[in-house]
Design a protein around this ligand. Structure first.
Ligand SMILES: *Cc1c(COP(=O)(O)O)cnc(C)c1O
Length: 361
């Protein structure tokens, strides 16, 4: 197979080693006479696999105790609703920082459930910069503060996080979990749909602090309660076993690469290669996000007009560089360079960008 340089935004590239390992264990798992997908989710091998996946994720982020990992369905989007369902009780307000399309969706979902408020927004700047959070204060009625750590569609990323004191800070880390070292304990809960940095679609990892777990609303349906998932080690009902297994392989791969510190080093280098290609083009490529806010996971840029952007995406695709069209809400081009995207892919893209600029500039 001639593997493409895959810049898809999600589902996204997986390491070839992970795919090969999954293939090798696909038909029979652990000499059980069947595949993992055919086993009861109450069987020992599945229980152990789920347990190990939780442990691995906590080890990789470096918070081995005080938090649980829940494996849930419905994608990151389900969390937009589950978070307020669990914590937006009578008299409480969910406070939202808007920094892009997905954060706005999280806010809109909360509004269907309870009182939700925008505390800062970058919308007036067309998401080209992140709003200033330095002067924010949160009232006692605040149930939580929600923030999207990396804005997948627009290509911006928070470098610092607000200090919310005793108020739970919640992070949607779908597109940058495990991509850089941060103080994860700033967050009372963070979640990530798997299909960007953690594996294939089908499962969402929810990392949640013990005290927050205990405070969840017990009057909502059990299947929506974080506490029920924790109590049953994510086996309250049948979980997406295969997706969790793929996440486990992905996490083992991350460990084998040197962990988050090494992945961050690569990601900064990869992003640096692309932003250099943009900035050195003399305006032929224009970054969509202002420099201090640029993401190391999703690089976005525009060109002179839409026709040229279409031409770029088409020629890139023909050259084996796929998934570069920008999101329909933003336009332009976007290269998603999650953990599994190798440096070599970014070098190939930068080379193509230079070549395209010479031919069309
Ligand atoms: C992709 C993405 C989502 C949506 O994920 P689904 O699993 O499709 O629901 C939400 N938030 C962020 C930051 C994302 O990148």
């Amino acid at each position: 197979m001639n593997r493409a340089y895959n810049f898809n935004p999600g589902p996204a590239a997986l390491p070839l080693e992970v795919l090969e390992q999954a293939r090798d264990t696909f038909v029979e798992y652990g000499e059980q006479g069947m595949s993992l997908m055919e086993m009861s989710h109450r069987s020992k091998p599945v229980e152990r696999m789920v347990e190990e996946t939780e442990k691995l994720l906590l080890e990789l982020i470096g918070i081995p105790s005080g938090y649980r990992v829940l494996f849930m369905g419905g994608g990151a989007s389900a969390q937009f609703a589950l978070l307020p369902l669990n914590y937006l009780t009578e008299g409480k307000v969910g406070r939202y920082v808007l920094s892009g399309n997905f954060s706005e969706k999280a806010y809109q979902e909360a509004q269907t459930i309870g009182a939700a408020e925008i505390v800062a927004s970058g919308k007036a700047d067309r998401w080209g910069r992140l709003p200033d959070l330095s002067k924010l204060a949160f009232g006692d009625d605040t149930a939580y503060v929600h923030l999207t750590t990396n804005n997948t569609i627009e290509g911006s990323q928070w470098q610092e996080f607000p200090d919310t004191g005793a108020i739970p800070l919640i992070g949607d880390m779908t597109s940058d979990i495990l991509s850089r070292s941060i103080d994860w304990t700033r967050f009372a809960m963070f979640y990530a749909g798997a299909q960007k940095n953690l594996g294939p679609a089908g499962v969402t990892a929810v990392v949640i602090r013990d005290d927050l777990l205990e405070r969840g609303n017990g009057k909502i349906p059990t299947i929506f309660q974080y506490a029920a998932f924790a109590k049953n080690n994510s086996l309250y009902n049948t979980p997406p076993v295969h997706s969790i297994y793929m996440m486990k392989l992905m996490l083992e791969w991350a460990v084998s690469q040197g962990g988050v510190a090494e992945l961050e080093k690569r990601n900064r280098q990869k992003a640096g290669i692309l932003y250099e290609a943009i900035d050195a083009s003399g305006g032929f490529y224009q970054g969509i996000v202002e420099k201090p806010y640029r993401s190391i996971m999703n690089a976005t840029w525009r060109m002179k007009d839409e026709a040229l952007e279409k031409q770029f995406a088409k020629e890139a695709d023909e050259a084996g560089l796929v998934g570069l069209a920008g999101h329909r809400s933003v336009g332009g081009l976007r290269a998603s360079i999650y953990n599994a995207v190798p440096t070599e892919a970014c070098e190939a893209l930068a080379g193509f960008m230079g070549d395209f600029a010479r031919r069309h500039g």
